[in-house]
Design a protein around this ligand. Structure first.
Ligand SMILES: Nc1ncnc2c1ncn2[C@@H]1O[C@H](COP(=O)(O)OS(=O)(=O)O)[C@@H](OP(=O)(O)O)[C@H]1O
Length: 175
């Protein structure tokens, strides 16, 4: 977990973490003395279109996805189910601190997409502020509230009924 003094922004990648090419992406990717740090965070909103934005950002060769290939057998059940479940939603600051998710490994990513960062309590926001470099950029994808709510309602109902909830899942189920 990142130290409270913010020095975590200077940690180096441990073995097994994805390499960082050291390139600049719109001036927000740091390399060199600070070490690679997550500098582009997709923070929201849920059902706001973050998946499509994330996919489009990842088409850029200098944007890397987080590495979520962790052995989580020792993690608390809730954290294992909800933290870094796929490479868009890491949720490190909202749910992953202290569970064994290696912040330094995530530094291999320049992007952490986690819609629930938009609604975190103040202490978690403070931890994120201390841990990230000053040049980090937070991207909040907003959407017409009624459309967003209806989309979230549909997802919730589909989950409750055991139906595929995303268009990707629906397409996979239809094949
Ligand atoms: N550019 C743009 N503008 C507005 N809305 C968009 C956009 N791209 C995707 N979408 C719609 O966003 C819904 C999925 O949002 P998310 O990917 O954020 O969902 S999730 O929170 O990660 O589950 C999903 O909404 P619904 O289809 O209504 O469920 C997508 O169709």
């Amino acid at each position: 977990a990142p130290a409270d003094d913010g020095s975590s922004a200077r940690c180096t990648l441990p073995d097994g973490c994805p390499p960082v090419n050291g390139s600049q992406w719109v001036g927000v990717v740091s390399s060199g003395s600070l070490g690679p740090v997550p500098s582009l965070l997709l923070i929201g909103t849920r059902k706001g279109g973050t998946t499509s934005l994330s996919k489009q950002l990842l088409l850029h060769p200098h944007v890397l996805a987080p590495n979520c290939a962790y052995d989580r057998s020792e993690w608390p059940v809730r954290a294992a189910r909800t933290t870094c479940v796929w490479d868009k939603e890491v949720r490190y600051f909202s749910r992953g601190v202290g569970v064994g998710l290696d912040f330094c490994c995530l530094l291999g990513a320049v992007r952490i997409g986690s819609p629930d960062y938009l609604v975190m309590p103040p202490e978690k926001i403070a931890l994120m502020a201390r841990s990230l470099p000053a040049h980090a950029r937070l991207v909040a994808m907003l959407r017409n509230p009624a459309d967003r709510f209806y989309s979230a309602y549909n997802m919730g109902m589909n989950e409750r009924l055991g139906n595929p909830s995303t268009r990707d899942e629906q397409a996979a189920a239809a094949t």
